[in-house]
Design a binder for this molecule. Structure first.
Ligand SMILES: [Zn+2]
Ligand SMILES: [Zn+2]
Length: 357
């Protein structure tokens, strides 16, 4: 069994880490990003073996992990940035309306894309709330989510929390309740997502699942009312101010752009390149696939709240999105570096590859 040979890699701990990495590879015998038909692999093996992982300096992974407390101000700065981007989009649309710089249809299209992008960005922080990463206490986490995130969606975190934890437990199996990646990424899927057909289907499936598991009511009236009030205020104020393009763009963003981005992003995160479009993965095991994407301005906003490092989230679901960069740096200094490198890609590369597949 090969061991690290460089002077910096000669610590016993690093060799131990390499042994663990090789054991993980042998045990799972799969490339996490490629294997289509495994229900266990790196994620579950990592959970069992991380206690034996050390970096090149001999630092224990478990001790390092204890230092990764959430950075709440950074999370809230990011959420504030999302709302500011929505406000700036609205202001830009009003300027375009006042000084006709663009045909109205083009302004609506660009406005819908921008609103949709930033609404999708903001709703990703719902996931941080599911993992209690918005505030130091669980009560304040859920209260803040109810005020700042849920009105965008119309869902409350209590309803979806257990279902999301089941996604972590059953990733890649027919028991997973996040099923977008069971569908192939085809032009038809993209068109149906843009038309809102796919999100309706996904919500119906999720509702059935929640009823089946007797989760708290999927229809939480206070949340639904806060959502109606929020979106109604934006649309109503736009209509009163004769900003019709803005109102149309907002509605299009809500029912088309943001849901389409959400569904496509889930496919890019979890669908195997070798998955077959003819296979029904609600009956056949797909395999636990997760990826690490880029860190640029598009990737870090399309994959906000740590979704651009989704594999790392599946390795350590409780770690805040504000610490995943450091988690990745540490793991890159362990014997797992080569395993993670295989799973590193870009959203665009994955999109093109899955579309061709
Ligand atoms: Zn996931
Ligand atoms: Zn999660």
């Amino acid at each position: 069994m090969p061991v690290a040979s460089s002077a910096g890699a000669d610590s016993r701990q690093f060799r131990a880490g390499r042994v663990v990495a090789e054991r993980i590879e042998e045990a799972s015998n799969l490339d996490l990003c490629e294997a289509p038909n495994r229900s266990t692999g790196l994620i579950s093996e990592f959970a069992h073996s991380r206690g034996e992982l050390f970096n090149r300096s001999g630092a224990s992974y478990l001790e390092f992990k204890l230092s990764l407390a959430p950075r709440y101000p950074r999370t809230w700065l990011n959420i504030t940035g999302g709302y500011l981007a929505l406000i700036m989009t609205a202001v830009a649309m009003m300027v375009v309306h006042a000084v006709p710089l663009l045909p109205a249809a083009v302004a609506v299209l660009l406005g819908a894309l921008s609103f949709g992008w930033w609404i999708h960005y903001l709703i990703l922080f719902f996931h941080e709330a599911l993992h209690f990463n918005l505030a130091p206490t669980k009560q304040w986490n859920d209260r803040l989510a109810a005020v700042f995130i849920s009105p965008l969606l119309g869902f409350n975190v209590a309803t979806f929390r257990d279902a999301h934890f089941e996604h972590h437990r059953h990733l890649g199996t027919p028991q997973d309740n996040e099923v977008s990646y069971f569908s192939a990424l085809t032009p038809r899927f993209i068109v149906e997502s843009i038309l809102g057909i796919r999100i309706v289907r996904a919500l119906v499936a999720k509702r059935r699942y929640l009823q089946h598991t007797q989760a708290p009511s999927a229809v939480a009236w206070p949340t639904l009312l806060s959502s109606a009030a929020f979106h109604g205020s934006v649309i109503g104020a736009s209509l009163v101010a004769a900003q019709y393009a803005l109102a149309i763009a907002w509605v299009a963003a809500m029912i088309s752009v943001a849901p389409a981005l959400n569904l496509i992003r889930q496919i890019l995160e979890h669908r195997d390149f070798a998955a077959q479009s003819s296979t029904d993965y609600s009956r056949v095991v797909h395999g636990p696939v997760a990826r690490i994407f880029g860190d640029g301005p598009l990737a870090s906003t399309f994959g906000a709240a740590g979704f651009n490092r989704h594999l790392l989230h599946h390795l350590e679901p409780q770690i805040s999105c504000t610490r995943l960069r450091e988690l990745e740096s540490f793991l890159n200094d362990t014997a797992l570096a080569t395993r993670l490198a295989v799973c590193r890609t870009t959203y665009w590369t994955t999109f093109v590859r899955l579309l061709r597949a």
